[in-house]
Design a protein around this ligand. Sequence first.
Ligand code: HEM
Length: 136
Amino acid sequence: MAGTGTVATVALILHALSAVVWVGGMFFAHQVLRPAAASLDPAPRLLLWSRVLGRFFAWVIATIVLLLASGYALVFSVFGGFARVGVHVHLMQGIGILMMLLFFHLYFAPWSRLRGAVARLTAQAGAGRCGAAPFR
Ligand code: HEM
């Protein structure tokens, strides 16, 4: 029983911290960084966002792994399976999986295009400094 208590405590701490990092990071990006960066010129703004999001998305991937591992550890080793959890856990799993699918869409489609645009911009700026033709 002490083992189950330890799993529950560790899993809940990791679960709650992961949720704070992911949701809190989105809040910070949208409510704080976005308005603060809005007045920057497009080129430095794009560079700032690509650096910020590159770091943040690595954390989001880590939180997804931790949320899934800790969430299913709670369901299967603490509660004894999905038949014995409340409707709030089913809803959490559904919303969590939806959030993850949306994140992976964002990661592999718009984020990938943004990284491509920033790479082209950086290459153009570098070529401009060397006097060479801009990269397209
Ligand atoms: C995707 C699969 C997920 C599973 C299987 C899962 C499972 C669970 C379980 C079993 C609990 C404990 C419920 C209880 O004590 O009654 C819990 C708590 C919680 N979950 Fe999830 N969860 C998932 C995803 C998420 C996501 C995506 C978030 C938020 C981003 C989240 C946030 C929370 C929070 C804040 C708690 C309360 C933690 C606490 O009491 O300290 N969960 N989850």
